[in-house]
Ligand binder design. Sequence first.
Ligand SMILES: C[S@@+](CC[C@H](N)C(=O)[O-])C[C@H]1O[C@@H](n2cnc3c(N)ncnc32)[C@H](O)[C@@H]1O
Length: 233
Amino acid sequence: MIPSTLRKFCCLGLLLAVLALPAVSVLPGLSTAADQGASSNADPWEWAERDKWQRPEEVMNDLHLRAGSQVADVGCGDGYFTYHLAERVGPQGRVYAEDIRPDLIRGLWHQALNKWLVQVHPVLGEEDNPRLPRQRLDAVLLVHSYHEMRPHGALVKSFYRALRRGGLLGIIEFGAPESQPRDESYKRHRIPSSTVRGEITTQGFEFVKRQADFVVPGSTREQYFLLFQKPEE
Ligand SMILES: C[S@@+](CC[C@H](N)C(=O)[O-])C[C@H]1O[C@@H](n2cnc3c(N)ncnc32)[C@H](O)[C@@H]1O
């Protein structure tokens, strides 16, 4: 057993070390759309512009998220969705922001501490293990990250384990022709919705709905949102 005073010193040391780190450069800025102010010729992937077509409020409504909910943003990247989720669930809720890149997770720690977002819990996962709590989450969300994940079977099982009964799994991806081989999805950054649907339902999830009207300005790529549920029984 580590004495409690020593534990407190370790935690304080970690906190100070994290606060001393510079924010990682991949973070395009942590202000929400409201802070940033959108302009018409801006990059559609800038957060304020992205809000217009990614429609995070609708996605979070579909995931039935509210104050106090517990949710995971898997493959969270620089945290675009993490901060929307944090605002929605509030300080009584919890957002597990998971990725396999230490620089991104370090950046999230830094920003979450700076902004006193006590509900954000950055998690450095492994390729085949997102290190989520068991049977606790109300929802798991993957935005443009599922296509990159392998081994996908192990990961889908881990999402199933992490969700409570009746919990929801949302996946947003760019579409691809049904004939596209699975291996292509890793390098082309797109995946047929039928492939995702098959891989998720094979692991026991029930399909709830498919929505396909997300359009990135200036792009012809189809983007879809698939919603699944862990059975109640
Ligand atoms: C294209 S980015 C999307 C980031 C973010 N979700 C967004 O929409 O802005 C894909 C992310 O998935 C992460 N990723 C890839 N394989 C992963 C795995 N096995 N487990 C967790 N994250 C993974 C990458 O490190 C990367 O940050």
